[in-house]
Every structure is written in C-alpha cells, then in structure tokens.
Design a protein around this ligand. Structure first.
Ligand SMILES: Cc1cc2nc3c(=O)[nH]c(=O)nc-3n(C[C@H](O)[C@H](O)[C@H](O)COP(=O)(O)OP(=O)(O)OC[C@H]3O[C@@H](n4cnc5c(N)ncnc54)[C@H](O)[C@@H]3O)c2cc1C
Length: 282
C-alpha cells in the first residue's frame, strides 16, 4: 500500500486548498488485509475522483483511495474496477460499441466507485438502474463481497456505501451492443453544456440536492443568486446551482461556507425551504 501526504483540496474539482492530508492508496488486493488495523479507532474517509467533495483545511480525517482500475467484458456483463475514471469507461464503450453509462457523459474527474457510492444520475437515469453486481470490502469485518446490487442499496444521491465502512472495489454492469454509442455520448455532453458551465470551471456540479417541491437551481435563481458573487466564489450565470471557485490561489474555506450560508438563508426566507448540501465536506 502506498502512503502519501497530499493537498487533496487542490485535487478536488473545486480546487480549494486544504493543506496536506494523509492518504492511503490501495495498489493491490493484498493491501486490503492491513486496512482493519490501520483504520482501527481512526476517523477516515474514502475518496474517489473528488468531483463532489470539498476537503476542509481543518479536517482531521485520514483518507483512503483505491487505485485499482481496468475494464473487461465477461459473460455478457462489463466489469469495471472502482478507480477507473468515467471517461475511461466511456472510451471503452466507444471502442467496443456498447451502451451502459453514456447518460453520465460529461461529469469530469468522477470515478466508478464514487459514481456508485453517490448513486449518480442524469437525464432521469441513475447508475443504480444499470449496475448489476458490486464488489466491495467491509473494512471492519475484513471481508470481501460480490453482491447483487439491490434497490435497497440506493436512494437519491446516496447509498449504503457512503455510511458503513464499505470500500467499493468494482462493479459489473448490464450493457447492450450499440453502434451509435459515440454519437449518444456526444449528444449527452452537448445537452449538458447547453445548461451547465464548462468542465474547465472549478466546480463540484450541483451544490444542493433538489428538494421535493422545486429544483434547487430554480429556487436559487428566484432568490436572485444566479451569477451572485461573494469574494472568490460565484453561483454560475448558466446554472444557479453550480458554485464556482473563481480564484484557487486566493479562495478560502470560510468564503465557501459563507456563500453556502447566504444561499441557504435567502431560500429559507423566501420559500421556507431548507436546502441540503449535495456536495460533501470532509
Ligand atoms: C461539472 C460536474 C457535473 C456533475 N454532474 C453530476 C450529475 O449530473 N449527476 C450526479 O449525480 N452527479 C454529478 N456531479 C457530482 C459528482 O461527479 C458525482 O457525485 C460523482 O459520483 C462523484 O464521484 P467521485 O469519484 O468524484 O467521488 P468523490 O467526490 O471522491 O466521493 C463522492 C462520495 O463517494 C464516496 N466514495 C468514493 N469512492 C468510493 C469507493 N471506492 N467506495 C466507497 N465510497 C466511495 C465518498 O466517500 C463520497 O461519499 C457532477 C460534478 C461535476 C464536477
């Protein structure tokens, strides 16, 4: 297993400095055996591509990430290791002319483990709709599982994997042969870019979950927060729920907390709706 100290905040898609954090990287299956002892009585968090996660400079967590990656076709299913980037999986789909995760195309930096843990969805389809079996490791029990992905594992932007010391190692997915998958991927990316800021922006995507009543973006827009700037952060002019770090060199964690607080207060006062964060702060 590799141990490193890294400014994970800068690696996060928000590019907000956190200072160096202790990170353990799984490089080989044999590394799993030492996790129980390393993390016993320790506060830790599992990370993937950090496309949905802010690392606090005050965080006392140690971090765990799997570097196991790769994709192959077996018995009519596609198997993907958790450390594989979404973009790599999509390239594999194009090469083999198969459809599977194209609805997620255009989410930058995300990895398969993070997408499953988060039950990522777009255009009305969730990853839980296409995942078949999940290969995961229970750190406390020191035990590997390869289980059918039942609906009970998942809810809106959530899964059991986010709460129970369960490290996703990979998953198998259903797929169909599809000669037009490349065109479909392009079309999903185009649709995404019509409504959302460009991938190069320092953003974690949707900041708040959609409440039952209205989409969070609509509420933020009605509260005059579309394009609203506070110090080094701004809610995008293109999509009010996308918070952008305008200046990674200067932006501070407190500014982030403040603009989140302002947005929550405005929406609460206007609509009596409490917005809940979709992004996670570790
Ligand atoms: C521009 C942009 C657009 C986006 N659009 C969408 C969208 O349309 N739909 C959507 O759902 N999300 C969207 N997102 C958010 C984000 O990409 C997803 O939530 C994605 O699932 C996060 O994956 P990640 O690998 O970056 O995970 P991280 O941000 O690193 O982690 C996310 C969560 O997954 C857990 N996790 C990560 N890896 C593992 C693992 N191996 N085992 C167990 N738990 C793990 C973490 O503990 C954490 O709770 C967008 C983000 C950006 C930047």
């Amino acid at each position: 297993m590799k141990l490193d100290y890294k400014d994970l905040g800068l690696e996060s898609k928000l590019r907000l400095k956190s200072g160096r954090k202790k990170v353990f990287y799984i490089e080989d299956f044999s590394d799993l055996n030492s996790l129980k002892d390393i993390f016993k009585n320790k506060k830790y968090k599992i990370i993937g591509g950090l496309s949905n996660t802010v690392i606090s400079p005050f965080s006392k967590y140690i971090f765990l990430k799997t570097l196991l990656k790769g994709i192959y076709l077996k018995k009519g299913k596609i198997f993907v290791y958790a450390g594989t980037k979404l973009s790599e999986a999509l390239n594999f789909q194009i090469k083999n002319k198969i459809s599977c995760l194209e609805f997620l195309a255009g989410i930058p930096q995300a990895e398969i483990g993070g997408l499953i843990a988060q039950n990522a969805s777009a255009f009305g389809i969730s990853i839980s709709d296409v995942v078949d079996k999940i290969f995961f490791f229970d750190i406390k029990k020191n035990k590997i599982y390869f289980e059918n992905a039942t609906k009970e594992f998942f809810s809106y932007r959530n899964s059991i994997f986010k709460h129970e010391n369960l490290l996703i190692l990979g998953a198998s997915f259903k797929y169909n042969f599809d000669f037009y998958v490349k065109e479909k991927i392009k079309s999903y990316v185009k649709k995404r870019l019509e409504k959302q800021p460009h991938f190069v922006e320092n953003t974690l995507g949707s900041t708040f979950k959609n409440p039952k009543q209205y989409p969070a973006g609509y509420l933020l827009e009605k509260a005059f927060l579309k394009g609203f700037r506070f110090k080094n952060f701004k809610f995008s002019e293109k999509h009010a729920n996308f918070l952008i770090n305008l200046n990674p060199q200067k932006a501070s964690f407190f500014e982030l907390l403040e603009i989140i607080y302002i947005a929550k207060e405005k929406v609460k006062n206007l609509f009596n709706i409490s917005l809940e964060l979709e992004i996670e702060i570790f």
